[in-house]
Design a protein around this ligand. Structure first.
Ligand code: IVH
Length: 689
């Protein structure tokens, strides 16, 4: 420590010294995270955590401006580019946006803006998704793409022309009545499905996975070798015009976006014109609700003053416009600590390790548990009790542990090992050969499996016994009145009366709905047996193609495998189920209490299967619906649908933004059908879409 620094510190009160130290620590942490995020494309903390640290620093600096330094992360917009790609200077700087996180903050923004442009607060905005990718500038001279550059620090970016040319929705040549010069900005994204496939590939190749789609988009765009970028199904959506010569535009930003489309560029879906705070909030809620279903990640909404003359009047502050704002969604990722790992036993005996977490807010909800899936996932992520972890909660999906915060582990922590005995019933735990799941072998004797099974048995898709809910099942189990499913049908009113919340009306209701459920359909009954891998559509296929219960019980695994939708594993599970003495007793017992269904009608297998023996792979996004949906049409015609292209593939169905599978199919000389050809193929066999 130097003498002058000593003197300087002596002049500060202890409280101010603390604040100064906190500022220094925050600055160092943020600089480190900035470097990992922008230069290495390898962040160690979630974006929400970064935002939190950044705002803490900004607030402290605002309150104590004497501590602001030129090198503070608050004093600049982005990070400097890495050196390996040539640099590009942006004549018109690439701007950043200020953020708001609540309706109140948004209201203040609108109020301020209204004053600036001397209008009332019913301002017309263009509302767009805030796309979570990499900002890119494209330059077209005489309609030809001449340069693509990353944002970098806003003024100096990296030349990524070679990579941008591989993005399928980036036109190399503009269409229509294009201008002499156009510089357009937008975001390059890797859709969620492409991100999952890329990480699977990285895992298969023993390489490091990308933290999130944004980083994988950045990593893909900053490759030196464009043939690598070409295998990633990237998309680009444009959101602003930076330079234009040789064309006239209207005053409206919304109209600009439409014009970009006329020239062949893509703009993000769901752009809307809205008015005032309420219009903004309605749009925000609508997009937030559909967030999980969107094909790509978004992290908020951007509202832009629509009138460009008024935009000029509002002007800029630092590197952000005063006429636009980003309204961020609650972060879907957060940091928490694993306090324990417990094992839950599911209906089919599957053991699921669950992390008990220090309660943490994620996407607006306090999360205290997150799934760890199975032993393989825990090993792969090397998650241990005591670790700091990044957790994620997206849409209605069960929260999950994504990864350990790098370098956060202090001291020796024990690795998790799945118990050898069921934690509930102490039966032996086995691992299905070649599968990731561990299972309790206790079957319906295991109280955990039994409870889950009864809940499933009475559920709507199974026996549909709506008078018997979870609470009643729990009480009946405690009273030892339910051991096997047929016991439900042996319940008498006096056995239920007096149980908690079971007055005469509820008892009557329960007994009636139990009796009513005796008359069912065979697919429902098979589904209700809870054979692993047999969902309702598989049960329906069994009935349609094999016949009545007696035929299904007697069918060999080979015969079962000939049923559409039923693969090797499912066929074996069904055959094993009906071969087991314990299960036979359960089924016979249910039949003896009077469960019945109308006689089944078997279909003619061969006639229905014109594509039997053919294998298709589906990739990219299809206008007709999900790939699963498309696959089910093919399976109905007897074809197999596989996840990977090989020499045995009959044809690849390639939708929009198809990536590595398309490249592989072309390499292997496998036939490729686009969506129109696929629909034609289906039509030939009488399947109309
Ligand atoms: S407009 C003049 N619109 O967010 C305003 N930016 O946090 C310049 N972003 O650097 C940006 N979606 O990379 C705009 N619909 C959208 C956007 C968007 C994502 C990114 C962009 C920008 C960052 C600022």
């Amino acid at each position: 420590m130097t003498a002058s620094k000593n003197t300087e510190e002596q002049q500060l009160t202890p409280q101010l010294t603390d604040i100064k130290n906190t500022i220094t620590e925050l600055r160092e942490a943020l600089n480190l995270h900035n470097h990992r995020y922008h230069v290495l494309d390898d962040p160690s903390i979630p974006d929400g955590e970064y935002d939190r640290l950044y705002h803490e620093l900004k607030a402290l600096e605002q309150a104590h401006p004497q501590f602001i330094t030129e090198t503070s992360p608050t004093q600049r917009v982005g990070a400097a580019p890495v050196s390996s790609l040539p640099t590009v200077t942006h004549v018109v700087p690439m701007l950043s946006l200020d953020n708001v996180f609540s309706e109140q903050e948004l209201a203040k923004f609108i109020e301020r803006l209204a004053k600036l442009i001397e209008r009332d607060e019913n301002i017309a905005f263009t509302a767009e998704s805030k796309l979570d990718g990499l900002a890119i500038s494209l330059r077209y001279e005489n309609g030809v793409l001449v340069r693509a550059a990353t944002r970098g620090d806003g003024v100096t970016g990296e030349d990524v022309t070679h990579n941008a040319k591989t993005i399928r929705n980036v036109p190399l040549q503009l269409r229509g009545d294009y201008p002499a010069l156009l510089e357009v900005r937008g975001e390059v994204l890797l859709p969620k499905a492409g991100f999952a496939a890329l990480n699977q590939q990285m895992r298969d190749e023993g390489k490091k996975e990308y933290a999130n789609p944004r980083n994988s988009a950045a990593g893909s765009m900053r490759q030196l070798d464009a043939s690598i970028t070409a295998t990633r199904p990237l998309v680009m959506y444009c959101y602003t015009i930076a330079e234009l010569e040789g064309a006239e535009l209207s005053q409206s930003h919304y109209e600009d976006l439409q014009q970009l489309q006329n020239w062949g560029l893509s703009i993000s879906p769901n752009i809307q014109q809205v008015v005032g705070l309420q219009g903004c909030m309605d749009y925000y809620q609508e997009i937030l609700d559909s967030r999980a279903a969107l094909p790509h990640e978004i992290d908020g909404i951007v509202y832009k003053l629509d009138d460009k003359t008024l935009q000029q009047q509002a002007g800029f502050v630092a590197r952000a416009p005063r006429w636009a704002i980003a309204h961020k969604f609650p972060a879907e990722e957060a940091i928490s600590t694993i306090e324990a790992i417990e094992v839950q036993v599911g209906r089919t005996g599957k053991l699921t390790p669950v992390a008990r977490l220090t309660p943490t807010m994620v996407a607006g909800v306090t999360v205290s548990n997150a799934t760890l899936h199975n032993q393989d996932e825990i090993d792969r992520k090397d998650v241990r009790v005591g670790d700091q972890v990044i957790i994620r909660r997206a849409g209605d999906v069960i929260p999950e542990v994504l990864r350990v915060v790098p370098d956060s582990r202090t001291g020796d922590l024990a690795a998790f090992i799945m118990p050898e005995k069921c934690p509930i019933c102490e039966s032996v735990v086995v691992r299905d050969e070649g599968m990731s799941a561990h299972r309790c072998t206790g079957g319906i004797q295991c109280p955990a499996q039994r409870r889950e099974y009864f809940k499933y048995f009475v559920s709507r898709k199974a026996m549909d016994i709506d008078g018997v809910g979870e609470k009643l099942i729990d009480q009946l189990l405690v009273a030892e009145l339910l051991k096997t499913p047929a016991d439900l049908y042996r319940l008498q009113p006096e056995m239920l009366l007096g149980l908690e919340r079971m007055g005469e009306k509820s008892v009557q209701n329960a007994i009636e709905s139990i009796q009513r459920s005796k008359s069912t359909t065979l697919p429902r009954f098979i589904f209700a047996l809870g054979i692993s891998e047999v969902g309702i559509s598989t049960a329906e296929a069994l009935v349609a193609h094999v016949g009545d219960l007696e035929d299904i019980r007697a069918a060999s695994a080979e015969a079962l495998e000939r049923v559409p939708d039923i693969g090797h594993i499912t066929a074996a599970k069904i055959q094993q189920y009906f071969a087991s003495a314990v299960q036979q007793e359960i089924v016979n017992d249910l039949l003896s209490v009077g469960i019945h269904w109308p006689a089944a009608e078997k279909q003619d297998l061969e006639a229905e299967q014109p594509l039997a023996g053919k294998t298709y792979v589906i990739t990219g996004s299809l206008a007709l619906g999900s790939r699963d949906q498309a696959g089910s049409y093919l399976k109905k015609l007897g074809a197999k649908v596989s996840g990977s292209v090989s020499g045995k593939t009959t044809a690849l169905i390639a939708g929009e933004a198809a990536g590595s599978k398309l490249t592989k199919a072309i390499d292997l000389g496998v036939e490729v059908l686009d969506e129109a050809e696929f629909i034609k193929l289906l039509a030939e066999y009488g399947v109309g879409i």
